[in-house]
Write a protein that binds this ligand. Structure first.
Ligand code: ADP
Ligand code: ADP
Length: 224
């Protein structure tokens, strides 16, 4: 299983060419997408998460084109946005259960098992009845991870996740992601070099909508 991007292009209505012929082969594991602000990272991540449309191009995960936006495809995706700030009045337990329903994880018993095991995994079990309002940034990010992991995604898209986390939270969060990278394609977009060099087995650098370089992180650093 790998994700193969071919010639993805996106120009916004204002004329900004955010992605120009983006082609990448992304294997199972942690893959870093590194680039400065405005490079096109979020545009690519939202495109892969099927939240917005590209003008052209394909993204094949096995023999499925992720960009075709079919519901059954969407269920195999996980998306972790920069900030998971919504629904302050819900508890982690009730909200995760709600998202599990939306994901089509059926049967109340099976769903409860999935939800409980995820809350343990992201280390929020003890605070599962508390409202998200009272959570720290790191706790919210871990809740976002639990949502993103519902349904065992084959492809996990993580957009600039470590901004606003303190160092201890950042380490916990990144370890959680790398455990997933053992079985799924995990794409981590970031402008922080250390996020990539510490965790990712491969990486690409994007700037002004174009892929400049694709390499192993150590090699990329010596090539620059
Ligand atoms: P990054 O995530 O790397 O910071 P973005 O994908 O957000 O980059 O942005 C890439 C370029 O596209 C930037 O020049 C940005 O201003 C522009 N852009 C992003 N979103 C929109 C939009 N909705 N409408 C117009 N231009 C946009
Ligand atoms: P990011 O770099 O992660 O996209 P931004 O703060 O640049 O974060 O963008 C926040 C929102 O504003 C996004 O939804 C993006 O699509 C939109 N946006 C960014 N640049 C532009 C732009 N030049 N014109 C219109 N919308 C934009």
């Amino acid at each position: 299983m790998q994700l193969t991007l071919r010639d993805i292009c996106k120009t916004y209505p204002n004329g900004v060419q955010a992605l120009t012929n983006v082609s990448l082969t992304i294997p199972v594991g942690m893959y870093g997408l590194l680039g400065p602000n405005g490079a096109g990272k979020s545009t690519l991540m939202r495109t892969l998460a099927t939240l917005q449309e590209a003008d052209s191009g394909t993204a094949m995960l096995g023999d499925i084109d992720v960009l075709q936006c079919k519901d059954d495809v969407r269920r195999t995706l996980g998306y972790l946005p920069q900030e998971f700030g919504v629904y302050p009045h819900a508890s982690a337990l009730s909200l995760l259960d709600y998202f599990a329903v939306l994901k089509g994880i059926g049967g109340r018993g099976a769903r409860r098992d999935v939800v409980e095991s995820l809350l343990h995994q992201v280390n929020l079990w003890d605070v599962r009845h508390q409202k998200l309002r009272g959570y720290s940034g790191g706790m919210r990010q871990r809740f976002g991870v639990a949502v993103a992991l519902l349904g065992n995604p084959k492809l996990l898209i993580v957009d600039e996740p470590t901004a606003g986390l303190d160092p201890a939270e950042r380490v916990r969060f990144l370890n959680l992601l790398s455990a997933l990278g053992e079985t799924s394609v995990v794409i981590l977009s970031t402008h922080i070099v250390e996020d990539v060099s510490e965790l990712c087995t491969r990486m690409a650098i994007i700037d002004r909508g174009r892929i400049l370089l694709e390499a192993e992180p150590l090699q990329a650093v010596t090539d620059i």
